[in-house]
Design a protein around this ligand. Structure first.
Ligand SMILES: [Zn+2]
Length: 385
């Protein structure tokens, strides 16, 4: 049985009293505790922890190490940090906790992302998303009366992040078949079960929010167990990361999960059309990447080398064609996903997340997204458009 770094994980009625009890039992008096929230989640921090000291970020804060610096100062004398918020607050807290060598616990206030129990912090440095080594929370407590009152767009974003697993699991399987990348059947099933529980549930039903939160946390635990985001992040996240780097587009206000949801629909349609996988040529030359990635180019080249597709030939793809085709035909129809996304209020088109609608933009997205990470995906491996 897999043991997780985050334990206990309590999602259900009574999670907040359990959190208070956990803190008293393990960390004693409350003056060693700092609750970290933003102006949106401050009322929740107040109602759960009363007079416990709080650090409050602005409601529109981004996970920028510069923003974390004053928190680091306030947290230095503490014994425990408590993240009371959604994804950004968790990244700021886990980044700071790691820097100070402090433990933290997670109190997610919205089922919006799957990174609550993640061991890495996704920070934005000078407009670029950079993953920093950090610590996962010691424990997670999620109270339905709190996270089910989250704004509907945060819930829809959580659905988008979860649906992306169709692509990330597919990409992982494809890479394991073609490159022999490490694959773990138990972790695959943990992630797959989480995804299936969400898509087989009824959006808007009383227990939908709880199911979604459970699935998102399970996805985070799958990443924890594997030791990287591999099970939960493939080319759908690479599209989203590329858009977040603002190399081919202006910044947009869409949430992470909204972008992942739109990317998932784009890739599903294209992946399902692959008849014969044709090896793609990835070009790691400065002149080719510079016009798109600008000052980020050298970092992009470093990220990608040594080329993970070295030694992979068209002959190998042809040899594996039937195995790959089996995986392709297991992908769901985009139409089915769209009706589920409709029911959840998810954004589904490039235009709905305020990105350019010209065909050239989509072409550029598909051409350059595979360079964002070294990770092998079907998009990095094959020509799909
Ligand atoms: Zn995500």
């Amino acid at each position: 049985m897999t043991t997780f770094a985050t334990s206990p994980v309590i999602i259900g009625d009574g999670a907040m009293p359990a959190a208070r009890e956990y803190i008293v039992q393990n960390f004693g008096v409350s003056d060693g505790v700092l609750a970290v929230c933003d102006t949106n989640t401050e009322p929740i921090a107040k109602s759960v922890f009363g007079t416990t000291e709080r650090y409050v970020f602005p409601g529109d804060a981004i996970a920028d190490p510069e923003l974390a610096a004053p928190l680091e100062e306030r947290a230095a004398a503490k014994k425990l940090l408590v993240a009371v918020g959604a994804g950004t607050i968790h990244d700021l807290v886990r980044y700071t906790a790691h820097k100070l060598g402090l433990p933290f616990i997670s109190l997610p206030t919205a089922p919006s992302v799957d990174g609550f129990v993640s061991g890495v912090a996704a920070m934005t440095v000078g407009g670029q998303k950079i993953t920093f080594e950090a610590v996962p929370p010691l424990a997670l407590f999620a109270e339905p009366s709190i996270f089910m009152s989250a704004p509907p767009e945060l819930v829809a974003a959580g659905v988008g992040d979860m649906l992306g697993k169709y692509i990330s699991l597919f990409d992982w399987k494809v890479s394991s078949v073609v490159t022999g990348e490490r694959f773990d059947g138990d972790i695959y099933m943990l992630e797959r079960d989480a995804l299936e529980k969400v898509v087989s549930s009824e959006p808007g039903s009383p227990d939908f929010g709880v199911l979604l939160m459970r699935a998102l946390v399970a996805s985070g635990l799958a990443m924890q167990a594997y030791g990287s985001s591999r099970p939960a992040s493939g080319s759908e996240h690479h599209l989203s990361h590329l858009w977040e780097m603002h190399c081919i587009n202006e910044p947009v206000s869409a949430l992470h999960g909204e972008k992942v949801g739109v990317a998932t629909l784009i890739l599903l349609a294209l992946y399902r059309e692959i008849e014969r996988p044709v090896l793609r040529k990835n070009i790691y030359e400065r002149e080719y990447l510079l016009p798109v990635f600008g000052r980020l180019t050298d970092g992009i080249i470093r990220e990608n080398l040594p080329d993970p597709l070295d030694g992979i030939t068209q002959q190998r793809l042809d040899m594996l064609a039937s195995e790959l085709q089996k995986e392709i035909s297991s992908l769901p129809e985009p139409g089915l996903l769209k009706s589920f996304m409709n029911a959840c209020g998810c954004k589904q088109t490039i235009a709905s997340i305020e990105l350019p609608t010209e065909p050239d933009f989509l072409f550029k997205t598909l051409e350059f997204a595979p360079y964002v990470r070294r990770r092998v995906t079907m998009l990095k491996l094959c020509r799909i458009c």
